[in-house]
Design a binder for this molecule. Structure first.
Ligand code: SF4
Length: 280
């Protein structure tokens, strides 16, 4: 049995940074350290943080004032300002690439472009970008949204940092046919591009492809979609517990890919489980 591991694997730069910031804050031993929503999209890691004392809140009301860590996906700047005014000590763990994306969106709106953001409408990164840009916009998830696009002349385009290149290209191609003036920033982060390339490459070579990561993680879901589009025998799992013996029947090569918020130890556990099943 050969196991091929995708590259890169383990946390991406932005997630690692956000977690380091969070663990640093925990050293203060304060009782009230909060994140507004989960700091990253990995339930197993978030559970560990909770066990260590991090409190996840959905809004600032009805909690004692303390330290507020801003998640890697970013936040509405008005909420951030409000937290400061209320007396929270705010620590911003927004990924610098997400910050850059927010700035691009703001710049496009200032330049008078109608903002098109390619991504998931309810994803916190998108909500943060839109709140920062504060102008006319539309979020395009896929082709079904095309018809809703208003008849505007100047369109400024950015994309969620974890979008798939295929969807980005497909939406941009559509927009190029419809609009005379378009300014496009490819804001898919390099780490996402590398992971998608690697998943694509491995899915082509293996009998079974496992994508490990939070079921709520946009970039992990995308890796699983990419894998599935190439290799029908692709499964998105959160933990090794989900690996089923029958998946490995007759399998000679297994590929493993992981989302940007998937810790290396979850990958190692998956490898261990595969080896355990196949050694019998
Ligand atoms: S995937 Fe990219 S943009 Fe998202 S947190 Fe990681 S480094 Fe930042």
């Amino acid at each position: 049995m050969e196991i091929i591991i995708a590259e890169p694997i383990g946390y991406c730069y932005g997630v690692e940074r956000a977690l380091n910031i969070t663990y640093e804050a925990l050293k203060s031993k304060s009782d009230n350290i909060y994140t507004l929503g989960p700091i990253i999209h990995n339930p197993q890691v978030v559970k560990k943080l909770k066990d260590n004392g991090i409190k996840i809140i959905e809004n600032l009301e009805n909690v004692d004032i303390g330290t507020l860590i801003i998640r890697a996906h970013g936040i509405d700047p008005k909420k951030l300002e409000r937290a400061r005014k209320m007396g929270f000590k705010v620590i911003d763990a927004t990924c610098p690439f997400v910050k850059k994306n927010q700035k691009r969106a703001t710049q496009l709106v200032k330049e008078g472009y109608f903002l098109v953001v390619i991504g998931e409408k309810e994803h916190p990164e998108i909500l943060g970008i839109l709140a920062n840009a504060n102008g006319p916009f539309m979020v395009i998830e896929n082709k079904s949204d095309y018809k809703k696009l208003p008849d505007v002349k100047r369109v400024g385009v950015i994309t969620q940092t974890t979008q798939s290149m295929e969807n980005f290209i497909s939406v941009v191609s559509y927009l190029l046919e419809k609009h005379k003036e378009i300014k496009i920033f490819n804001t898919i982060c390099d780490e996402t591009i590398e992971r998608q390339k690697s998943a694509r490459n491995i899915a082509n070579k293996v009998d079974l492809m496992l994508v490990v990561g939070g079921k709520n993680s946009a970039n992990t879901k995308r890796l699983a979609e990419i894998g599935k589009s190439i290799n029908e025998n692709t499964y998105h799992i959160e933990t090794s517990e989900e690996i089923i013996k029958k998946w490995l029947k007759g399998v000679k090569k297994v590929g493993i890919s992981g989302g940007a918020s998937t810790p290396k130890w979850l990958i190692d556990e998956a490898i261990k489980k595969i080896k355990k099943i196949t050694s019998h």
